[in-house]
Design a protein around this ligand. Sequence first.
Ligand code: FES
Length: 571
Amino acid sequence: MKNKRLRSQDWFGKEGKDGFIYRAWMKNQGIPADFFEGKPVIGICNTWSELTPCNAHFRDLAESVKKGVLEAGGFPVEFPVMSLGETLIKPTAMLYRNLASMDVEESIRANPVDGVVLLCGCDKTTPSLIMGACSVDIPTLVISGGPMLKGHWRGKDIGTSDVWRFAEAYKLGEISQKEFVEAEACMARTQGHCAVMGTASTMATMVEALGLSLPNNAAIPAADARRKVISQLSGRRIVDMVKEDLTLSKVLTRKAFENAIMINAAIGGSTNFVIHLLAIAGRIGVELNIEDFDKYSHNVPLLANIQPSGEFFMEDLYYAGGLPAVIKELASIIHQDALTVNGKTMGENCEDAEKFDLNIISSLENPFKPESGIVVVKGNLAPNGAVIKPSAATPKLMKHRGQAVVFETIEDYHARIDDPALEIDENSIMVLKNVGPKGYPGMAEVGNMGIPKKLLLKGVKDMVRISDGRMSGTGFGTVVLHVSPEAAAGGTLAFVQNGDWISLDVENRSLELEVSPEELEQRKLNWQPLDLGINRGYVNLYIKHVEQAHLGADMDFLKGKSGSTVTRDSH
Ligand code: FES
């Protein structure tokens, strides 16, 4: 135990008028006087919202955290922050990730908390909370909300990845409107976030892989009583973290980030992982670049057989041994000495883990798929890089040369994709512009644009698709995403025309537009960025300051941290 003065004492330990005010208004909640006498104050940063259905059970989790904090001698205070529900927020929750992170950062710094527990679940709630907390850097522990139980529909196990399959089957008339609607309630049938290795599960895995949670945080289902247990234990632990002054930056070292990249490859995590991990590294001050994702993941095979890269669901991963069993399998390649929030190393946390089903958690010697991770391709079409997820792609399309069919905006795509006159075949490469950070704005998850109906009817299941947007972690296909610079920033993508030849070679990490530099210069002469007509408010600020995808799409003025010190009082 260190003798560091608690920052909360700069509020509650004050004498005179200021101390009176800081304590008195808290006492109206029925808080005893001795709670202000040097107990660690633990903020419970809650993204509960009925508009974020994946996080709608978080009031229960917060109560479990409070029990743990009280048991350990702390003073729990729950506070709300902006919550981002992936399914309801328009135009895309990603537009508000950075805004939510500002709310989190300022809420933590401005208030008398000595440590903080972050309650996150649905996709963007995890990176936004961690980014904000990094910029303050006090002891911080993360609890994920847990995945839903898998859905059941007409004798089949289903999850979010089936949304794309249902949509295509409905488009082709293979299922009726009644069946389509019936499947909705069958899929999302319990509390929790998406049950597959989509972005939320990827983020929960990232949290555990970075050492920011207690072991097994990633996969315990939301509906499982053990989710409450881990919340209570986390409440106990954060009090000790305050006493040990175990701040975020002591856990989030370069080794922790490298571990997260390797573990993400082994579980087949979402491509959104790249953008969020880069943004978190930028806040805490760890040097990380887009090439690191390829470098640290290309030798890691896919060990976990979870949708969308495999067949099973997050609850199955938990029953098969959970993330600790996957990490133990990687013992020979990860940094076992990386510190985690429980004060133990990653290696110590996982040394007793067991695997109970080799169909779900395979071995390094006999992996579920040899190719995994995130591949970064570069070339004149993406000078700063673009990403592709090989485990979700079609092997024969990973080296492909085809002619571009260009959609200038997502609206243009919707208007023409099923036009029988559209000149497109299975060898074409679909190119979508203006869905990047500035161009959408907010970098929409539309990169895995659906295949034209006329090709679906011919049995075409996958095509090469390229854009400056993102893809849902539950999506799949040979999809090149996050092209940087984006079209709206004047990247080469802006100058692709129908019929241009493009070559993708994943093995050689290249993405080339076969147009001469002279011709490209010519095309640039008449180019104008799209006028989105946005002149005020947060979105205007976002467009002006958001960085490109290869840097994590954070705002330039939010990088780094301002620490936890506040020198002036409010009275
Ligand atoms: Fe919230 Fe998938 S919609 S996690």
